[in-house]
Design a protein. Structure first.
Length: 81
């Protein structure tokens, strides 16, 4: 069994109102460690065995067409054992 992780983030030039809201709330709650906050999405896709090259290509295609909006988001696909 392997877990394929797709992490999706807004591109740096895209305004992230949720990240801004979280970043503003942190100091009000006593947390002063953050310079800024950006919010993203994480998808975990479980498969049997280790992924094949074909499966990775299919996951990349799914990430580009369904999981992320490539106009405003970037994504990274990784494999966890």
């Amino acid at each position: 069994m392997a877990i394929i992780v797709v992490e999706v983030m807004l591109k740096p030039e895209i305004l992230d109102p949720q990240g801004v809201a979280v970043g503003a709330a942190l100091p009000r709650l006593g947390f002063t460690f953050a310079k800024s906050v950006r919010q993203g999405k994480r998808f975990e896709i479980e498969i049997d065995g280790q992924p094949t090259e074909q499966q990775m290509q299919e996951i990349e295609k799914a990430a580009a067409t369904l999981l992320a909006n490539p106009v405003i988001e970037t994504y990274v696909v990784t494999v966890q054992a």
